[in-house]
Design a binder for this molecule. Structure first.
Ligand code: HEC
Length: 175
């Protein structure tokens, strides 16, 4: 390789690196932080969602659940649902892609919704944890139930128990 080629190769590498940095910076700085009202709005939207195990049946709270309500059911938006298998369970080894939204309805004994637990993959959000998840916890009336800014502290330890898939637990508690 002569010197001229080596130099232009080095230059090209520098430009590529600069471009990569710039793109990265733009995505980081232009991401609007999710807010509790926005999370409630997302949680209430049901169209385009797929239920866990393809069933909208209310599941009773079980021993490992950290969620107080007696009933619950969980749905996946179109992006997250791509990671469900033919039975509607989360595929082993899944890492949910950017934009994936999982909504867990927290339901009273009389079948009214008391609140929502929401996981949204949004790597550049200021409230995202190390895996890129934003952990939203909100009452049906829109009151924050767990600080969004905590980045899932108080949620993650439990969501890291054996068998979790990218921190999700439906396959563990409802196999
Ligand atoms: C004590 C354990 C525990 C804690 C703490 C906990 N969870 Fe969960 N969570 C579970 C279990 C178990 C499930 C599976 C369904 C069930 O049995 O409730 C679950 C399910 C979910 C789901 C449905 C997706 C899935 O498969 O995991 C979401 C969303 C969720 N939790 C969000 C949260 C948020 C947000 C917090 C913190 C504010 C939190 N969880 C705290 C145990 C916990």
């Amino acid at each position: 390789m002569n010197q001229k080629i080596a130099l232009s190769l080095a230059l090209a590498a520098c430009v590529a690196l600069l471009n990569a940095c710039q793109t990265n910076m733009t995505t980081t700085t232009t991401t609007e932080a999710l807010t509790i009202p926005k999370i409630l709005e997302i949680a209430k939207q049901t169209s385009g969602y797929t239920w866990y195990k393809k069933s909208d049946a209310y599941l009773p709270k079980n021993a490992v659940s950290g969620h107080a309500e007696p009933l619950e059911r969980t749905r996946y938006d179109a992006t997250a649902a791509m990671q469900l298998d033919a039975n509607g369970k989360v595929k082993a080894g899944t890492v949910f892609p950017e934009g994936s939204t999982i909504v867990k309805e927290l339901v009273n004994a009389d079948k009214t919704v008391n609140g929502y637990a929401v996981l949204i993959k949004r790597k550049a959000d200021p409230s995202a944890d190390a895996d890129g998840w934003v952990w939203g916890y909100v009452t049906a009336a829109g009151v924050e139930r767990h600080p969004l800014s905590s980045k899932g502290v108080g949620c993650i330890a439990c969501h890291s128990i054996s068998g979790h898939i990218d921190r999700t637990l439906m396959n563990v508690s409802n196999p």
